[in-house]
Design a protein around this ligand. Structure first.
Ligand code: FAD
Length: 393
């Protein structure tokens, strides 16, 4: 029984880990010769950390996870605290901590964990052929590979998705630009053990501690798509967009390294119900592309992988011969188990995105007012409900 895994991102690598646990051989094909992650860091929330533990990669989280023990919102202009609270009640309630991690380190450690030398880099799938006996992947270099089934974890621009769902999807611009990067921790910007966010005018500036004394930062600004801005203009752009904002924000802008700061126009894709066609399954961003507003894109790829493994385990218990019909049945169960959860996360993130980024400024102002009354209870309840919706709740 052999699976072709397309893409060596969080989704592909975790899917391979989950299938390997069920004794399935996996061959991983990655388009690029060297993976360059699109963002500086990401927060793996407790549901994602549980998945990493389950898949045998918990030690990566232990090593890379930053000490994010508190959370605070500040008024962007005055810098005054709107709310500040401990995340301990969340960790107690869900049984695992969240881990903000360097994306490059996470990617690199997951690749090493799997075995860098066994991944086939420079293999970009362009066509897939499905038959009653298996699946064939055709690559742009003229080669092909054959397997019993395929997990397409080839990201938001997936080349396999249209084959599975039957139409080309459009990416939807979410209305804002995100700049992100890493700086050394400076406690005059924010405490070293806290996720700190400054808000105002539908914009936000967020700072999270990751391992090795670094802050992950991001700036969000609602803007039209396609502006002529890039790394070379980043300091001038942020200085202009955050003119009059509080001192820590100005300090952060002064501290950033333009060469390593990413500028991303944020998109998502309208959720769809079909994740599987026969012996091909979509997983991760290929299956559900979300805005990063609830920090669940990567976490839900990890959840997909765990559920995929669970479906194969259950199927193989009842079908000890490990046949192709058994595979198709297992993938059907995977689709059934995941489609509502992933749709829910994409739509939840979209809603959060609109409120945070001033789609209706009255609603955003009402949220700022709520933040001033917030004790932490409501925010923790929201985070908790997202986390416990995962497969390892
Ligand atoms: P990808 O990471 O995109 O990996 C896909 C892989 O497939 C790539 O290596 C690519 O090179 C390869 N590939 C592409 N096309 C082909 C092809 N034709 N053939 C072969 N290989 C191919 N998530 C969180 O959980 N928490 C966060 O805090 C968070 N913050 C984010 C912040 C930003 C600004 C952004 C943009 C995203 C954020 N996310 C976050 C989302 C997260 O980055 C993604 O959900 C996650 O990386 C998806 O992993 P993936 O493996 O499905 O896709």
């Amino acid at each position: 029984m052999k699976a072709l895994i397309i893409g060596a991102g969080i989704g592909g690598l975790s899917a391979a880990a989950a299938l390997k646990q069920q004794g399935i051989e996996c061959e991983i094909f990655e388009a690029v010769k060297e993976i360059k992650p699109v963002g500086a860091a990401l927060s793996i929330w407790s549901n994602g950390v549980k998945c990493m533990n389950h898949l045998g990669m918990g030690s990566i989280m232990d090593e890379l996870g930053g000490p994010m023990h508190h959370m605070a919102y500040h008024d962007g202009f005055t810098g005054s605290v709107m709310t500040q609270f401990s995340l301990a009640p969340l960790v107690d309630a869900v049984g695992e901590r969240p881990c903000p991690v360097s994306r490059a380190d996470l990617q690199s450690q997951m690749v090493d964990w799997w075995g860098r030398e066994t991944i086939q880099f420079g293999k970009r799938i362009e066509k897939v052929d499905q038959t009653d006996t298996g699946v064939t992947a055709y690559f742009t270099d003229g080669t092909h590979a054959v397997g019993d089934f395929m997990i397409a974890a080839d990201g938001t621009h997936s080349a396999v998705r249209a084959d599975v769902i039957g139409y080309q999807t459009e990416r939807r611009y979410a209305g804002y630009v995100n700049w992100n990067g890493l700086v050394e921790i400076d406690e005059s910007i924010a405490p070293a053990d806290q996720w700190t966010t400054f808000v105002g005018e539908g914009k936000r500036v967020s700072i999270m501690p990751i391992a090795d004394g670094r802050f992950y930062f991001f700036f969000d600004v609602p803007l039209p798509k396609g502006l002529a801005e890039d790394r070379s203009t980043v300091v001038a752009d942020l200085t202009r967009y955050f003119a009059g904002w509080a001192e820590p924000v100005q300090k952060l802008i002064a501290a950033i390294d333009p060469d390593t700061t990413n500028r991303i126009e944020i998109h998502d894709i309208e959720p769809f119900d079909t994740l599987v066609k026969g012996n091909i399954a979509l997983l991760g961003d290929a299956a559900h592309s979300t805005t990063p507003d609830i920090g669940q894109g990567g976490c839900s790829a990890l959840e997909d992988a765990v559920v995929l493994g669970q479906c194969f385990r259950e199927q193989f218990w009842s079908d000890k011969t490990k046949t192709l019909p058994g595979v198709i049945e297992a993938l059907k169960h995977y689709e059934e188990a995941r489609r509502f959860r992933v749709k829910d996360l994409v739509l939840k993130a979209r809603k959060r995105c609109d409120v945070t980024h001033g789609k209706d400024m009255q609603e955003t102002q009402a949220w700022y007012d709520e933040l001033r009354r917030e004790t932490g209870e409501n925010i923790i309840a929201g985070l908790r409900s997202t986390i416990v919706g995962g497969p390892l709740a």
